[in-house]
Design a binder for this molecule. Structure first.
Ligand code: HEM
Length: 330
């Protein structure tokens, strides 16, 4: 390919994109799309009425998006012949769900203010709304993100934690993203809403750490219940509640952990380890302390940026323009 053509492709590609270094701020769409926050909340509410779990499923997107190369909606890109996206990564395949809720938000927004609101910002607004609609705290979200041009299944595989993770692994992982032990425990409190699959817990019910025995931290009555839900050799796509009040965002999750009734190993471990236990106990007795720490953690997680060039996608599932290297290779 001639260098002239290469330079042309580079310029046209850059014309479609902008570096994602613009500082994030509340009210970013106040002039360009004042209805944006209302539309997101309205679509989330309608989906919750249709299927209560959907808001929890959408809230999870913020974690799985922001940890993998920043909050850039890379998570939402479908695979292409040239790119293995994040939807089929180890933590996401057969597990993340309700992508269609984001599609619905995007369609509504494109009708009212085309090409204006990024999918990355939709994820952040929707996560906040999921918490509010479930009875949790409300906070002002910072906006102004751009959408990635690509996604990486490999990065998602390398970064996202397994349900088998213990507290010390989780502390180290979150530290890499500037999130403290307190942030990590508070953010795990997102499991106050939603469900998990038997697939994610059978090892701890029947063969914790290769012992051939259940996790001793599970309270016996709760273990009986989980054994019935997830018999050995049974259907691992069956789901169970992550806490005793799975559609209400409250501190019941932490009370359950104190009682040995955590669903995932990565949940119960927070009570087993002294460094995290003190926050589990604090949040179990002081819901406001949980809400404050959770909001702080969500805002910090929402600040994660890759600094790579981006765009405002018109469809959250695919990039508008292709990245320079792909253009040059084709
Ligand atoms: C601390 C590390 C974390 C681990 C190891 C973890 C792991 C998991 C797993 C294994 C599930 C169930 C998936 C399945 O069985 O298909 C789940 C569900 C969920 N996670 Fe996490 N998670 C973590 C942190 C977070 C954070 C930080 C958030 C959001 C801020 C979050 C939000 C959720 C939600 C809302 C659900 C329920 C989703 C639904 O019902 O569809 N998680 N998580």
């Amino acid at each position: 390919m001639s260098s002239l053509l290469a330079a042309f492709l580079l310029l046209t590609s850059l014309a479609f994109t902008s570096a994602s270094t613009v500082p994030l701020r509340p009210g970013f769409y106040a002039d360009t799309c004042p209805e944006a926050e209302f539309i997101v909340k309205d679509v989330m509410w309608r989906n919750m009425m249709r299927e209560p779990r959907s808001v929890a499923s959408v809230m999870r997107f913020q974690f799985h998006d922001c940890f993998v190369n920043g909050c850039d909606a890379s998570l939402l890109l479908d695979d292409t012949p040239n790119m293995l996206g994040e939807k089929l990564s180890l933590s996401n395949i057969d597990s993340l769900r309700s992508y269609e809720v984001i599609d619905e938000v995007k369609e509504e927004l494109e009708k009212v203010c085309p090409g204006t609101v990024s999918c990355a910002d939709i994820v952040i607004m929707a996560a906040r709304d999921a918490v509010v609609l479930s009875g949790g705290p409300r906070w002002e979200v910072k906006l102004g993100r751009v959408d990635s041009l690509t996604a990486s299944q490999e990065d998602s595989n390398n970064i996202m934690p397994s349900p088998r993770a213990n507290a010390s692994l989780l502390i180290d992982l979150f530290e890499r993203f500037n999130l403290s032990v307190k942030d990590m425990v508070a953010l795990s409190g997102s499991h106050s809403i939603g469900q998990g699959r038997c697939f994610s817990i059978v090892f701890r019910l029947y063969n914790q750490s290769g012992s051939g025995k259940p996790d001793p931290a599970i309270e016996p009555k709760y273990r009986e219940k989980l054994n019935k839900l997830c018999p050995l050799g049974g259907d691992e796509s069956v789901t169970g509640d992550l806490d005793a009040t799975p559609t209400t965002f409250d501190n019941r999750y932490f009370k359950d952990l104190v009682a040995g009734r955590g669903f995932l190993n990565s949940d119960q471990t927070l009570h087993t380890f002294p460094e995290t236990r003190k926050y589990v106990i604090l949040f179990s007795i002081d819901q406001q302390a949980f809400f404050n720490a959770f909001v702080e953690g969500m805002i910090k997680m929402g600040d994660l940026q890759s600094g790579r060039p981006g765009e405002i996608r018109s469809n959250c599932r695919m990039a508008n323009s292709r990245p320079v290297n792909v253009l040059l290779e084709s």
